[in-house]
Design a protein around this ligand. Sequence first.
Ligand SMILES: Nc1nc2c(c(=O)[nH]1)N[C@H]1C(S)=C(S)[C@@H](COP(=O)(O)O)O[C@H]1N2
Ligand SMILES: [Mo]
Length: 199
Amino acid sequence: MSIISRGFHGRRPLDSRKLPPGQYETTSFPVLSAGPTPRVSQREWELSVTTETGQRHAWDWAGLMALPSESPTVDLHCVTKWSKFDTHWRGVSLDVLLANVETAAEHALVSSYGGYTTNIPLADLLDGKAWIVHSYDGDDLAPEHGGPARLLVPHLYLWKSAKWVRGIELRENDVPGFWEGAGYHNCGDPWREQRYRGD
Ligand SMILES: Nc1nc2c(c(=O)[nH]1)N[C@H]1C(S)=C(S)[C@@H](COP(=O)(O)O)O[C@H]1N2
Ligand SMILES: [Mo]
């Protein structure tokens, strides 16, 4: 008897185990930006980490490229309810960037070229959970998706993944970022459906 499952040849069926509550799968890659796309060249790009004591660490493009990089494959979950499975990125783990940064701070305020901000507990950036990514699907990260480099924190709703990332301020106290101040949830865990304040 030869039974050939059509499933092996067709598109992978929607994998509900990977879909947080209230989300649907998309295979496109929507662009969501609160303003115009800032044009930042690799030559002028710089990322700084500032600690609660005022210590400043900075990397230019060559400095970022000189760090060991990783190629995470992750699922994306946007608060506007689309999820995209198995996206391929290349970038530097925050564990690497923060390895020599001395801090007792528990909060991070991430800021972008163009003025966007988002707040994230420092613990959510460590232990293999976050990257500064500069490549998507084998190509340089497109400007509309945050190129030359963006933060990627895939275990939280995608608004936490600041595009055109420029600075990470390590702070003793938490302050809301752009969307958090406008009523989005402070934490943004898609598996707990923390979309808006009070969820
Ligand atoms: N600098 C910046 N980063 C940002 C945003 C933004 O407006 N500016 N939008 C956020 C939101 S709400 C989402 S859903 C994702 C969208 O990323 P994408 O455009 O690559 O899909 O970027 C996040 N990062
Ligand atoms: Mo979003």
